[in-house]
Design a protein around this ligand. Sequence first.
Ligand SMILES: Cc1cc2nc3c(=O)[nH]c(=O)nc-3n(C[C@H](O)[C@H](O)[C@H](O)COP(=O)(O)O)c2cc1C
Length: 274
Amino acid sequence: MLNFAVNRQTCNHCGHCAADCPARIIRLDEDGFPAIAADQEPACYRCQHCLAICPPGAISILGRQPEDSLPLARRFPEPLAMETLIKGRRAVRRYREENLPPELIAKLLEVAGHAPSGRNARQVRFTLVDDRTRLAGLRDELITLLRRRIEAGLPERLSFFAGLVKLWDEEGIDFLFRGAPHLLITSAPGEVATPIPDCLIALSYFELYAQSQGLGTVWDGLATWAISDLAPEIRPRLGIPADHVIGYAMAFGRPAVKYARTVQHGQPLVHVVR
Ligand SMILES: Cc1cc2nc3c(=O)[nH]c(=O)nc-3n(C[C@H](O)[C@H](O)[C@H](O)COP(=O)(O)O)c2cc1C
């Protein structure tokens, strides 16, 4: 049930909702008001473009009211602000030894939950470790499992894990989470259209928004390999559903480092097709 509703006082019959509907299920009735036939409802992408595009804010759908949306006119960041964020984001590997407030983490996740997903599946699950003591415990569990795996034999491409565990043993270098207090693992059901892209996009959005809030993040390939490839027996302990594919892990927290300027990567690799 979509609860598609039109305010007949404010609808100006512009038809933008019908023109922008990706499922093309909105029709203007004989009085010029948009409507969705009951038998068309299952085709809805639940994307809310109709609510978003309506100039007078006359459309509500899925129980969402237009007045609860953020207004957009002239509210996007200036291009220079976006450029500074994208170029100024760093892989942070030094963190303060403190948890982030739960409401800040909830805000980060709520915003990241607006990342696009294939067919608007919105099935990305954020497995969150919200407490640094718990993450330290998880690190110990993972390292124990990694030790077992090393003894049993590592796959060639991940043989470097033997050296990393040694580094932890001898120098206490936290290769798994880089000393961050928190960890996110994105996963999605294998049967959705685009599970891995959805997971990676969600973390990209999470990262940029977190760094705009002055927080640190690091894409965590080592934790991803440890959890997905070397010690998958930890998945039930983390509550990652058996039918999910793991997208990626990201560690995050309050940084103990401050960067003064952007880096300069120069031109990207581009091939123009002639
Ligand atoms: C897919 C991916 C996996 C990564 N895995 C790790 C990791 O396991 N540990 C780590 O310290 N950094 C990791 N990084 C961070 C990269 O090393 C880092 O992005 C790169 O050195 C460039 O630095 P910058 O992000 O500050 O520009 C990863 C980055 C990406 C994109």
